[in-house]
Design a protein around this ligand. Structure first.
Ligand code: AMP
Ligand code: MG
Length: 349
């Protein structure tokens, strides 16, 4: 064989070997995209055949559609019906699928000291955030806001026993917008596990839960940029970790140059100011989602105490000035894109 032919043969064998390696190292990924809860949800499964993955995607799709219908805060359905009974001061039977979501939200309401308060549906409606369209026009009248705040609706006003709910406060109107996505992804992960799938990630626009690995390596994800474009940092997600971000850029009302975010401080009835985003890592999606919202309300002065109360160890809060307040456990594992922001590492949570 002439030397150049031998060289070609050697290169061919090397290329074939590398290609083989490449195949071994690249896990089989199966992906599906669903549009629910107003966002695109991407499900990725690693190391399963296409038919197993497809069955899981179909089951999750059906689950998500049901949740969307049952939990919707303003489209007529089981939750709006329940809220109407509460407003009339009447006891009402609760759809079984709503029971755990109400109970979990009551626990999270208490541990957040009321900063996560899904009973403020009337305030959200008044501000125009119970709508598929971004609200416009001036903010609602101050007297109407004050009147609702004075009625002090909270998840503690509700008693749920044997599937029947009563509230001693008719101002309570449940809206699970702040943690339904987290709770839904928890259920999607449970569904995957039930089907024997151990390696997957369910990602709803940067809010996600991962289980197992991506072909033996941790799932690497981006932490959303507070301004809503691109990513701020990268992170390796361990088995069964939830990463959720709440931000003032997602939905807001803009009037005469003022930006009113969709996250309200239940103590004042007004949109939170000064916080651009909060990212939380926790053991469940419901907790991570509720805590991310609660820490936005808590702000730079109270985020640390609120995270502690909620049992969160990994959190970061980005202020409107761009300062990143971060817990040591979170700082250890987040890789910021350059130029890195100014970090204020807190005492451990
Ligand atoms: P998230 O993106 O998870 O922070 O959820 C924000 C959504 O939760 C808003 O669009 C409202 O529907 C609702 N919300 C706003 N403020 C609060 C609050 N303080 N507690 C509970 N839910 C809230
Ligand atoms: Mg949330």
């Amino acid at each position: 064989m002439p030397p150049f032919a031998r060289l070609f043969a050697a290169m061919f064998i090397l290329a074939a070997l590398l290609a083989g390696c490449e195949r071994n190292n690249t896990p089989d990924l199966q992906k599906a995209e669903l549009f629910v809860f107003g966002t695109l949800v991407e499900i990725t499964v690693s190391g399963e055949d296409a038919s197993t993955a497809d069955r899981a995607f179909a089951a999750i799709n059906a689950d998500f559609r049901r949740m969307h219908r049952d939990w919707h805060a303003w489209e007529p359905g089981p939750l709006t019906e329940l809220n109407r009974a509460v407003a009339r001061g009447e006891p009402a039977k609760v759809l079984p699928s709503l029971v755990p979501i109400i109970e979990q939200s009551q626990r999270l309401y208490r541990s957040s000291n009321g900063l996560f308060n899904p009973a403020i549906g009337q305030l959200l409606q008044l501000w125009g955030f119970q709508s598929n369209e971004p609200p416009n026009g001036p903010p609602p009248p101050a007297e109407e806001i004050a009147a609702l705040v004075a009625q002090d609706p909270g998840m503690d006003d509700i008693v749920l026993e044997n599937g029947v709910l009563v509230s001693d406060n008719t101002a309570v109107q449940m809206d699970f917008g702040a943690f339904a996505k987290g709770y839904a992804i928890d259920l999607a992960i449970a569904r995957l596990r039930d089907m024997g799938i151990e390696n997957a990630i369910v990602n709803a626009g940067g809010d996600l839960i991962a289980i197992g690995t991506k072909g033996g390596r941790p799932w690497r994800v981006g932490v959303r940029h507070p301004q809503g474009e691109g990513i701020l940092a990268a992170l390796d997600v361990n088995d069964n970790e939830s990463v959720f971000t709440s931000g003032n850029y997602e939905r807001f009302r803009e009037y005469e140059g003022v930006h009113y975010t969709h996250i309200l401080d239940p103590r004042t009835g007004y949109p939170v100011e000064g916080v651009t985003s909060v990212t939380v890592i926790a053991e469940t999606g419901a907790l991570a989602d509720a805590a991310a919202t609660a820490l936005v309300v808590a702000g730079p002065e109270q985020w640390h105490e609120t995270a502690r109360r909620m049992g969160i160890r990994q959190a970061m809060l980005v202020t409107e000035e761009g300062t990143v307040h971060i817990s040591p456990a979170m700082a250890e594992r987040v890789h910021f894109n350059q130029p890195a922001p100014e970090l204020r590492v807190s005492s451990p949570l």
